[in-house]
Ligand binder design. Structure first.
Ligand SMILES: *Cc1c(COP(=O)(O)O)cnc(C)c1O
Length: 452
C-alpha cells in the first residue's frame, strides 16, 4: 500500500513506493541515519493544523452565541521552544504548570499575558516567577494557595488575575463518564456542599473576591483525559455555569471567564475515532448557552486547554529492532517478542496506564505472513512494553526500522533516564526538511549531574 496512511499517523505520513515511510517528505531512513534511533519525529504542519482546527472549531461554535474564545495549549503534553512558538503563531495561548514549563514558554517569546499557570502545589518561586512574568491567569487549587497568591501579589503591589479550579463531579476518559458529587482526588475544590453549607468551591470563590490583591477572573474545570464522548464536557459546562450564577446571586459578581480544561481524545490505533472537534465545540456551546439561559446570566468568555489533541497525533517514535524472540504461550500460540532500542524510558504510558499503541515495520515492504507480536523495550522490567499486541511481518528482524504513531503527547514529556538510557531527540519535520528541536541526551549529560 502506498500513499497517506491516515489516523493514527500524522497527516504528512506516507508509504513510499519502496515500502518505506516518509513524514512530511522526509524518509525514515534519512531520519535514522542523521539523528539515530530511538527518535521522536514531530510533523510540524500536522501540529499547526490541529492547533488551527481547534481554534476555528471553538471560535465558530461560540461566535454564533457572541462569545469570545481562547484556546490554551496544555504544555505538559510536550513543550519545547519551537512548539510553544508554533502554537502561539497559530493563535493559541499556553498553559504551564511548573516553573520549568513557564521558563520554556517565556523563552519561546510567548508573552506573559498569554500564559496560564496551573499546579496543585505551586512553590513560592513558581508563584513569584508567574507574577513577575505577568501571566494572564493563575489557577488557584486550594484555599491556602489563595492566601499565598494574595500575599505574593500584595508584596509586589499587584492585583493578580485568578481563576478557581473546581471539581464538578464529572470524571471522563475513554468512552464513558461518571458523575458523582464527592471527590477523592488532589485537584480542585469540590462543588458538593460541605458540612457548613457552602461548598469548598464557593468558599474559595468568595475568598478570592475578598482579597484586594486578587481579581477573580473566572471558574476552571478539567474533567479528565483521552475523552471520546462530549457528554462529560456538556454536564461540566452546565454545572460550572450554575455555580457562576449562584456566585452572582450571592456576591453580586458575575465572573467573566469559564474554562473547561482539556482531555480531548485522539486515535491511537487504526480504526479508532478521535473526538470530533466540531461536534464537541457545538455540544459545549449549546450546553453553555442553555445553562446561561436557564440561570438568566450573561454568557462568559470561554476557554479550553487541549494538549494531547494538538501534539499527540503529530508525533511518532522511530526505533530500530534488535532481538526477536518467539515465545510459546500456554494456549499453544506463539508470541514474537520484538525488542527495540528504547522502551518505557521514552514511552511510559503502556506501563503506567495500560495504554494501547500501534506499530509498523516502516523501512521496507514485506510479503511475509504477519505474526502476533509484542513490541518491548531494552529495560530491566518485564512490564517494559511499548505495544502489547500487534501484527508484524513474520520476517521482522534486527536492523528493521519500526515506528509507533501518536506518541507526540506524554512521550518525551514523561520520559525518564531509567537504566541510565539517555532520552531521545525530538526532530521536527516540515516540507522535506528535518531539524532537531530537542537534542539527544548523552551519557556525558548524565555524568555531568553526577558529583562523584
Ligand atoms: C492535563 C491537563 C490538560 C490537557 O489534557 P489533555 O488530555 O492533554 O488535553 C488541560 N488542562 C489541565 C488543567 C490539565 O491538567
Amino acid at each position: 500500500m502506498t500513499g497517506p496512511l491516515g489516523e493514527p499517523w500524522s497527516s504528512g505520513s506516507t508509504r513510499t513506493a519502496d515500502g518505506s515511510l516518509s513524514v512530511a517528505g522526509v524518509d525514515v531512513h534519512e531520519l535514522a541515519a542523521r539523528f539515530g534511533t530511538p527518535a521522536y519525529v514531530l510533523d510540524e504542519a500536522d501540529l499547526r493544523a490541529r492547533a488551527r482546527g481547534f481554534r476555528s472549531a471553538f471560535e465558530r461554535a461560540f461566535a454564533a452565541l457572541g462569545c469570545e474564545v481562547d484556546v490554551y495549549y496544555a504544555g505538559k503534553a510536550f513543550l519545547s521552544r519551537a512548539v510553544a512558538r508554533w502554537v502561539h503563531e497559530e493563535g493559541l495561548r499556553v498553559d504551564v504548570a511548573t516553573g520549568g514549563e513557564l521558563a520554556v514558554a517565556l523563552a519561546a517569546g510567548v508573552p506573559g499575558e498569554h500564559l496560564g499557570m496551573h499546579g496543585n502545589n505551586k512553590s513560592d518561586e513558581e508563584i513569584a516567577a508567574a507574577l513577575d512574568a505577568g501571566v494572564g491567569r493563575l489557577v488557584a487549587d486550594s484555599l491556602v494557595e489563595i492566601d499565598r497568591l494574595a500575599a505574593a501579589a500584595a508584596a509586589r503591589g499587584l492585583v493578580a488575575p485568578v481563576m478557581v479550579r473546581v471539581t464538578t463531579g464529572v470524571h471522563a476518559g475513554g468512552h464513558e463518564y461518571i458523575s458523582t458529587a464527592h471527590e477523592d482526588q488532589k485537584f480542585g475544590l469540590s462543588m458538593a456542599a460541605g458540612p457548613g453549607g457552602d461548598s469548598p468551591a464557593m468558599t474559595a470563590l468568595l475568598a478570592v473576591l475578598d482579597r484586594p490583591s486578587l481579581r477573580l477572573l473566572g471558574i476552571h474545570s478539567h474533567i479528565g483525559s483521552q475523552i471520546l464522548d462530549p457528554t462529560g464536557f456538556e454536564v461540566a459546562a452546565r454545572r460550572v455555569l450554575e455555580l457562576r450564577a449562584e456566585l452572582a446571586a450571592r456576591a453580586g459578581v458575575l465572573v467573566e471567564e469559564v474554562d473547561l480544561g482539556g482531555g480531548y481524545g485522539i486515535a491511537y490505533l487504526p480504526g479508532e475515532e478521535p473526538m470530533d472537534t466540531d461536534e464537541v465545540a457545538d455540544g459545549v456551546a449549546a450546553a453553555v448557552a442553555a445553562a446561561a439561559r436557564d440561570t438568566r446570566t450573561a454568557l462568559p468568555r470561554f476557554s479550553v486547554e487541549p494538549g494531547r489533541a494538538i501534539v499527540g497525533p503529530a508525533g511518532l517514535t522511530l526505533y530500530t529492532v534488535g532481538t526477536v524472540k518467539p515465545v510459546r504461550l500456554d494456549d499453544g500460540r506463539v508470541r514474537t517478542y520484538v525488542s527495540v532500542d528504547g522502551g518505557m524510558s521514552d514511552n511510559i504510558r503502556p506501563a503506567l496506564y495500560g495504554a494501547r499503541y500501534h506499530a509498523e515495520v516502516v523501512g521496507r515492504s514485506s510479503g511475509a505472513e504477519p505474526v502476533l507480536a509484542r513490541v518491548v523495550g531494552k529495560h530491566c522490567e518485564s512490564g517494559d512494553i511499548v505495544v502489547h499486541e500487534v501484527q508484524l511481518p513474520g520476517d521482522v528482524h534486527a536492523g528493521d526500522l519500526l515506528a509507533v504513531p501518536a506518541t507526540g503527547a506524554y512521550g518525551r514529556s514523561m520520559a525518564s533516564t531509567y537504566n541510565l538510557v539517555p532520552r531521545p531527540p525530538v526532530v521536527g519535520v516540515r516540507d522535506g526538511a528535518a531539524r532537531v528541536l530537542l537534542r539527544r541526551e548523552t551519557v556525558a549529560d548524565l555524568l555531568a549531574l553526577d558529583e562523584g
